[in-house]
Ligand binder design. Structure first.
Ligand code: NAP
Length: 321
């Protein structure tokens, strides 16, 4: 195809030691065939605090660049050795991607950029999505790309919520949905029958590698991928099956969730983002006519049964069950 970018082969990852960055990096390391070059760009603080993990990465063949993501010279110099940038920067660092993108656009050897997305589709609803507070920084990044980035191939990997987190404990805001395996109690959102489309953190990495290996002729591509779709009641059934016991269950209705969300924002609570996202998910904001896994070769993904099995296995391992 005329406008198809070369296949990414020299990959630089920002945010590699973060929550999802670790999974993405693992999938990049395990990719077969191997990428020609794989590097991470990390802060001096992380290089010091996570020195052991960084040494292990080096032993696995990962190039480690320690620098300041806000320093143009550090970034410019690093960019010379790569053709693809993947950002897994955390929520607070999302705006830092704007200069990273501008610099990549003017670096001829870089042809591909994956901005930090890996979550809720921030343009799901033309009427409500533009006003959701947690979406604002990511929307600014997308606007910058629309207005200023015309050469780089961009992929937004939209994964919906991570099931690993959703089916776990939420101690700071249990009314926003929580699952306590040791005590066999749960708070379910909505009526318990609303479907949510999930991706496991492991599969975020798998799907990202599959996307890298699938050429695209579009300059900007959005891939809405997932591992599985499930309702809170289906998760409960799976937990009851795998723990062999009936669970005590309470519910937070959508109205109650909206009220708690408003209060959290009014009071400036850190949990406000969680309330908003979980309200969006419960309203159906993760559901699509068709998922895009097929567009990247339909890689094998995990199931709800496996996710619950892993969560129950961890509790058993910790002696809590
Ligand atoms: N779908 C979901 O359920 C879900 C859940 C959580 C996150 N996400 C999404 O996943 C993406 C990554 O989030 P995360 O939670 O994995 O990230 P994170 O762990 O909070 O941070 C990732 C890395 O970003 C760098 N970083 C963080 N804050 C920074 C700052 N203020 N300035 C400079 N660098 C900073 C750090 O890397 P270094 O120190 O190595 O440079 C950090 O390890 C985001 O887009 C987020 O919205 C989705």
């Amino acid at each position: 195809m005329a406008n198809e970018a070369p296949i990414p082969n020299k990959i630089l990852l920002f945010g590699a030691t973060g929550l999802i960055g670790e999974y993405i990096l693992q999938a990049l390391i395990e990719a077969k065939p191997k990428f020609e070059k794989l590097g991470i760009f990390t802060s001096p603080r992380t290089a010091k605090d996570k020195a052991d993990a960084i040494e292990k990465l080096k032993a696995q063949g990962v190039d480690v660049v320690v620098g300041d993501v806000t320093n143009e010279d550090d970034v410019k110099q690093t960019y010379q050795d790569y053709d693809t940038i993947i950002s897994a920067l955390g929520r607070g660092a999302i705006p830092l991607q704007i200069p990273l993108l501008t610099l990549a656009e003017s670096t001829p050897n870089i042809h591909t950029f994956y901005p930090s997305e890996y979550g809720t589709d921030i343009e799901y609803s033309p009427t409500t999505s533009p006003h959701e507070p947690p979406h604002q920084f990511k929307l600014k990044v997308r606007a910058h790309i629309r207005d200023n980035i015309h050469r780089l191939k961009i992929t937004y990997l939209v994964t919906g919520p991570y099931s690993d987190l959703y089916i776990g404990k939420l101690p700071n805001a249990p009314d926003a949905g929580t699952w306590d395996i040791a005590n066999k109690t749960a708070t379910l959102l909505g009526t318990g029958d609303e479907k949510v489309s999930f991706t496991t953190m492991h599969d975020v990495g798998v799907l990202l590698v599959a996307a890298l290996r699938t050429p695209t002729s579009s300059q900007v591509r959005t891939l809405k991928v997932n591992s599985f779709t499930a309702t809170p009641h289906q998760i409960l059934t799976e937990y009851e099956k795998q723990t062999g016991a009936k669970w005590d269950v309470s519910y937070t209705s959508l109205d109650a969730l909206r009220a708690a969300e408003r209060k959290a924002w009014e009071e400036g609570k850190l949990t406000a983002t969680a309330y908003t996202l979980r309200r969006i998910w419960t309203e159906g904001g993760t559901l699509y006519e068709e998922r895009d896994n097929g567009r990247v070769g339909e890689p094998g993904v995990e199931t709800l049964e496996e996710q619950v099995g892993a969560a129950v296995g961890r509790e058993r391992g910790d002696g809590k069950l």
